[in-house]
Ligand binder design. Structure first.
Ligand code: AVI
Length: 325
């Protein structure tokens, strides 16, 4: 990788695009070219992710929905009545209505998402479906030290809900910080219901992240399209290919965008080169065992009380209880 100064036209950028440019420059200036997976989710990226969840080889979404459906009675029985449900990264809230329906008189539902527009629409739809449950949407980024609105009932028992195995996209240290922060916010005696993808054979994992239909490849390559569009660059997208790589210790899938030939990238008046075979690392999806996740949660003040899996033990839904400090 080398850097030289060039003159290039200045383009007007939004704050988000300036952040993206910084992420790209950081990736190119470090010998290991890693970009946060958050940048994968522009409008098109979010649509492609929805398509991924329907793919035959992408088992996590439908497996988790199946576990929740099959065990709703047991889950509801394990959660006290009158609880306030706080969902992290709620998106379309599609897994939530059946849970709220099954719980005994939930005190309210706080869907939390970074995208305000999406959140308010999903909250309005849910409020129509479940008119007796107060829905109190909160625009917040769960990867930061978010706070709950002071208007929430203070003494209600709280249930954190974090489906989708999104926690797998965080490093163990960030996942620990998030779990510890939720322990503090939800309070002593709170519960946390969380979806976790389990480690398994790469024969199952690789096709889940590199499907024959090419949707995950399009999702990953969309990042380069976004970079070109928002930063006014001309990266040759055809020169990059999507790769899903499986690693152990810690068990994880990594998504990469690999350059087939040497590439020259002009970004913010500098020229960077990427040699053939070098890649941008765009996402990590950690895979746990029930025990390894329970250990991570225990370090953040949560005790595993119950868990439910599918018959093939591909995915787990874990119920944690906050240990009093
Ligand atoms: C959002 N997250 C849980 C997905 C995963 O499985 O790690 C993102 C994803 N990336 C490629 N396919 C799915």
């Amino acid at each position: 990788m080398s850097t030289t100064n060039t003159q290039s036209a200045t383009i007007d950028m939004t704050a988000a695009s300036a952040g993206l440019q910084q992420a790209l420059v950081d990736a190119l200036t470090h010998p290991y070219h890693s970009i946060s997976s958050a940048w994968l989710y522009d409008q098109r990226g979010s649509e492609l992710f929805e398509d991924i969840t329907e793919l035959p080889t992408y088992y996590p979404t439908r497996t988790e929905i199946g576990i929740l459906e099959d065990n709703l009675g047991a889950i509801a029985a394990a959660i006290s009545s009158d609880c306030l449900v706080v969902e992290l990264g709620s998106g379309s809230s599609r897994k939530t209505a059946p849970l709220l329906n099954a719980l005994r008189q939930p005190a309210g539902y706080v869907p939390m998402d970074i995208s305000g527009e999406y959140l308010h629409q999903a909250a309005a739809d849910l409020a129509k479906q479940l008119p007796t449950i107060p829905v109190l949407p909160l625009v917040a980024d769960f990867t930061t030290a978010f706070v709950l609105p002071p208007s929430l009932p203070a003494h209600t028992y709280r249930l954190g809900f974090f489906p989708g195995s999104t926690i797998g996209n965080l490093t163990a240290s960030v996942a620990h910080t998030l779990l510890a922060h939720c322990h503090k916010l939800l309070g002593d005696g709170a519960s946390f219901l969380i979806g976790v993808d389990l480690d398994k054979s790469p024969d199952v994992l690789i096709p889940a992240y590199d499907d024959p239909e090419g949707v995950t490849a399009e999702f990953n390559l969309n990042l380069l399209k976004r970079i070109n569009r928002e930063l006014g660059l001309t990266i040759n997208i055809e020169a990059f290919s999507h790769e899903a790589r499986y690693f152990t210790d810690p068990a994880r899938i990594e998504m990469h965008l690999v350059a087939a030939t040497d590439q020259t990238l002009e970004v913010a008046n500098n020229t960077y080169t990427l040699a053939a075979g070098e890649s941008f690392h765009t996402e990590t999806s950690h895979k746990y065992s029930v025990e390894s996740f329970a250990q991570l949660a225990a370090r953040a003040g949560w005790e595993l009380t119950q868990h439910w899996c599918d018959a093939e033990k591909r995915f787990a839904v874990l119920l944690l209880k906050a240990v009093a400090k």
